[in-house]
Ligand binder design. Structure first.
Ligand code: MF3
Ligand code: CO
Ligand code: CO
Length: 275
């Protein structure tokens, strides 16, 4: 059974045992600021995501942009993670660790950033196309963005998490793509990964009912092939088991009286490629 609790803006305790937090205007304002910085960072990366740049160079840039924007990267030191963002290339599903690897022509790349601003976490990711990308890969990226936005259309009071999940799953599977089950969206706020778990495949009319004040991410990972993933030896990098290409977009949102507020929309209109 779901229990909803109204939390004060200074609450920093992770919700447990099916408890769902309902946040007030101060939290929405805080998430708006954090989400805007997150989106600005991704906007600023656009000219740098080119063949030859290393993922470490991009991570350094994310660090600099985060700090200059008055934030700190939530991932830095998070459960032993030591980078300022995640960069996931081609068949990497999520949690790719920046390093020596250079981007090459034809790559599709997800960059996921989470600046903390005044204690609030702005969590968002987008796909980037490196140089000349084959149509098949561009199609995956387009459909994955559509999956996210179709999911968000269902994010309104009275609907359930299963309605968001089903909208995503139906669109992905209509294109014969696989929806990753091993990673989910999550409640977000002063806590990075909070309740509820936001699934990306499921049945309509099921799961937690959405109420005004809920704040969470939606971040579908869609594979050209099977949904199955495996984690590499580094303990973080998730890849498709069949090595098929994978794409992801993520927004942080808050449920309002009539629908949802997207905290992480691009100020520059750069929500999806081509940029
Ligand atoms: N930003 C990721 C998310 O969307 C979480 C990354 S955690 C890390 O939830 F440690 F891998 F960076
Ligand atoms: Co997230
Ligand atoms: Co993220």
């Amino acid at each position: 059974m779901t229990q909803y609790i109204t939390v004060a803006a200074d609450d920093r305790v992770e919700a447990k045992n099916g408890v769902i937090k309902l946040h007030g205007p101060e939290a929405f304002a805080g998430m708006h600021r954090a989400g805007r910085l997150a989106a600005e960072i991704l906007d600023a990366l656009v000219p740098h995501v080119v063949p030859g740049v290393t993922t470490q160079e991009l991570d350094d840039l994310v660090y600099k942009l985060t700090v200059e924007g008055g934030g700190t990267p939530a991932t830095l030191g998070y459960r032993g993670y030591t980078k300022s963002c995640c960069i996931s290339i081609n068949h990497v599903v999520c949690h790719g660790i920046p390093g020596d690897k250079a981007l090459k022509d034809g790559d599709i790349v997800n960059i996921d950033v989470t600046p903390i601003v005044d204690g609030w976490h702005g969590d968002t990711s987008r796909m980037f196309l490196v140089g000349d990308v084959p149509l098949k890969a561009r199609k995956l990226v387009d459909v994955t963005y559509e999956c996210l936005m179709l999911g968000l259309e269902q994010a309104k009071p009275g609907n359930r998490l299963g309605d968001i999940a089903n909208a995503i799953q139906r669109h992905a599977e209509a294109h014969r793509y696989g929806v990753v089950r091993d990673f989910c969206g999550h409640g977000v706020g002063r806590v990075f990964h909070d309740s509820p778990e936001v699934i990306h495949a499921g049945r309509p009319g099921t799961g937690v009912e959405l109420r005004p004040g809920m704040i969470f991410t939606v971040e579908p990972m869609i594979n050209i092939g099977r949904p199955d993933v495996k984690i590499l030896e580094d303990g973080w990098t998730a890849v498709t088991r069949d090595r098929s290409l994978s794409a992801q977009f993520e927004h942080s949102i808050g449920i309002t009286d009539t629908g949802c507020e997207i905290f992480t929309k691009s100020p520059g209109g750069l929500d999806k490629p081509p940029y």
